[in-house]
Design a protein around this ligand. Structure first.
Ligand code: GLU
Length: 476
């Protein structure tokens, strides 16, 4: 395999994303110019800014990449990590474009990165870095409700999003839509219920869809459904924790968890909440009661299980460890966890890969709901909740009268109830993940030459993006 610089070696993350794109493009007949326009990064902003810390002055490197302007605004998280690079942010921005298209979220893809190890900085310093980075984005018009809307990613959370919102709002006094300049905010700052757990919940919905059909489970030797499946999760951060928790609630047994400090396994199952509480108390998942410690955490991924959920960073399953992976299904909760070479090895072994570009789209889906909420300035469900409740109540009274049967108070409360914000968010997320899976699945089954779900997902995404260029008259 050759790299962009002509040397032999593994593909870069961005080359890897483009490899998936090219594999899908083979099944499409669009003009080369259109395909090139879709796969190219439209705008790349690199910035270096000084920050005063306890250790003196430091110059921090940051990026914001807008991969596609075929829809506005652009959308994608901001990552804080010591290894962030321009090429990585480009890859992640490209994935956002395809992800948004797949789940019919009307945004172009973007991504931001700040090259820091957040653990090295105090909360004060992180706030200064975040506000300064935001100011740099404002200066270049790289942020705004209709321009580019960041969100949390690896190393960031609602706290950073609140600082971004506050900085943006201070620079734009009176801008009534300012809260829609960033998503993943705390509820008090205009966030939406269910955003924190959205990516993990989406992973669960996607897995549930993929495992539902007996015909699809036969080649991997599994029975349909999630109940009793054994699961290993890499990463107990926001995405990994919630994905594991929802899978556990659906009857899966979590038999291994890997974190950067080490891993733990227990064939009888690990209670995700108890492990998380143990980690909060001891700063480590190691020495969890009843579990076996695996000091080299990557070794956990190689243990026997039905479903492996990498939910940390990219390039975790490589040509080196792929031959030893025993999972039947790899569910990519992280972005880009499998390298190109590893993907070929897993495919040859018959492993079913549920691709990141679909599976972790729950986060941006619920970000879209938050953005809509911010623009409409009203809590989701506020207008209809009572109306629905009284309409259901009237129907129940009529049924009771006609059948001469009465419902208990509990039954009545259960049935005659209007939707809260969280109900609407979760229902919108479930609908989105199911619909997108069916569309991808159709592409997969439509042509026996389409090798896998990732290629099918890229076909589906490219088709949707191509339509917007063609109908604009930019390409024939
Ligand atoms: N960072 C998340 C992702 O990679 C969420 C992006 C968003 O909500 O805009 O999908």
């Amino acid at each position: 395999m050759s790299q962009a610089d002509g040397t032999n070696g593994p593909l870069s993350f961005f080359e890897n994303v483009n490899r998936s794109f090219d594999r899908a493009a083979r099944f499409l007949t669009y003009p080369e110019g259109l395909l090139t326009q879709i796969r190219t990064c439209n705008s790349v902003y690199a910035v270096q800014f000084p920050i005063r810390t306890r250790h003196g002055y430091e110059v921090i490197a940051g990026w914001r990449v807008q991969h596609s302007h075929h829809k506005a605004p652009c959308k994608g998280g901001i990552r804080y990590a010591p290894v962030v690079s321009e090429q990585e942010v480009q890859a992640l921005a490209a994935l956002m474009t395809y992800k948004c298209a797949l789940v019919d979220v009307p945004f172009g893809g973007a991504k931001g990165g700040v090259q820091i190890d957040p653990k090295r900085y105090s909360v004060d310093e992180l706030e200064r870095i975040t506000r300064r980075y935001t100011a740099e984005l404002i200066k270049k018009n790289f942020i705004g409700p209709g321009i580019d809307v960041p969100a949390p990613d690896y190393g960031t959370s609602g706290r950073e999003m609140a600082w971004i919102f506050d900085t943006y709002a201070s620079f734009h006094p009176g801008q009534i839509d300012a809260a829609a300049c960033v998503t993943g905010k705390p509820i008090s700052q205009g966030g939406v219920q269910g955003r924190v757990e959205a990516t993990g919940r989406g992973v669960y919905f996607g897995l549930r869809e993929a495992c539902e059909n007996a015909e699809d489970m036969k080649p991997v030797g599994l029975s349909p459904g999630l109940a009793d499946k054994t699961v290993i999760v890499q990463g107990l951060g926001n995405v990994g924790y919630h994905a594991a928790k929802f899978c556990q609630e659906a009857g899966c047994r979590i038999v291994g968890i890997a974190e950067y400090e080490g891993g733990i396994v227990n064939a009888r199952g690990l209670d995700v909440d108890a492990v998380r509480a143990h980690r909060a108390q001891t700063q480590s998942i190691l020495d969890f009661p009843g579990a076996e410690n695996v000091p080299q955490s990557p070794a956990v991924l190689e243990r026997a299980c039905d479903i492996l959920i990498p939910a940390a960073l990219e390039n975790q399953i490589t040509a080196t460890n792929a031959p030893r992976i025993q999972a039947k299904i790899v569910a990519e909760a992280a972005n880009g966890p499998i390298t190109a070479q590893a993907e070929d090895i897993l495919a040859a072994k018959g492993v079913l890969i549920i691709p990141d570009v679909y599976l972790n789209a729950g986060g941006v889906t619920v970000s879209y709901f938050e953005w809509l909420k911010n623009l409409s300035h009203v809590q989701l469900g506020r207008m209809g909740k009572r109306f629905d409740q009284s309409a259901f109540d009237k129907i129940l009274h009529t049924v009771e009268r006609l059948t001469d049967k009465g419902l208990s108070e509990g039954e009545r409360r259960e049935v005659a109830r209007g939707a809260d914000e969280i109900d609407l968010v979760n229902s919108g997320l479930e609908e989105t993940m199911i619909t997108a899976y069916r569309q991808i699945y159709e592409e997969w089954r439509a042509d026996t030459q389409v090798p896998d779900l990732r290629t099918a997902a890229f076909i589906s995404a490219i088709k949707k993006i191509a339509v917007s260029y063609i109908e604009l008259g930019i390409f024939p």
